[in-house]
Design a protein around this ligand. Sequence first.
Ligand SMILES: [Zn+2]
Length: 207
Amino acid sequence: MQTQYINELLDIPELEIHQLLSIHDDEVHIEAVPLDDKQICPCCASDQAVIRKGSNGMRTVRHLSVFEKKTYLHVPAIRMFCSRCEAGFVWAYHFVGPKQRYSRLFRSHTVEQALGSTAAHSARIQKAPASTIQHIHNEAVPPLCDALYEQVWEEASESFNEENAKKLDTLLNYSPLLRSVWEWKEALHNHVHENDLRCESHSGNTR
Ligand SMILES: [Zn+2]
């Protein structure tokens, strides 16, 4: 497999595939590094005085499946240092949150699938490119609801079952508020051209 092809499959522009570590029957492990040399300092927002100071080892991040295999990305936890601010920080990846083991795309995809109640919706998700799913997610969930969504995900991921998303389904049943967020998202999907939908008008619909 050519690494450029894998790059396109993964749909993570910030990464450069370094090597395929291993391919098993149901798993593929890929080592990748950031495309950029530097990252801006979180204090002064400049990369002028920023240098790399080695690495804190590798992070393993589950991403969307490639060829129906569970896909794990191994990326370096790069230590950075800004000599102007004397601030140390760790490389921040866009595709995965700090200290998280599932990529943003994997998370939104899995939650969408677990929460998606209609066949039509599932079909739409299955056919949509990963970047579109992320886009839909970002557009559909305002920051306030997103915080709730994140919280529910964190709770679900503690008992995350690789085989299916029954736990998340159960959680959804326990959480009328989450269900209302989901229903709001569904409504937004169905009325994507209408501008009169607001989070507040739906967050009250807790069955
Ligand atoms: Zn700085």
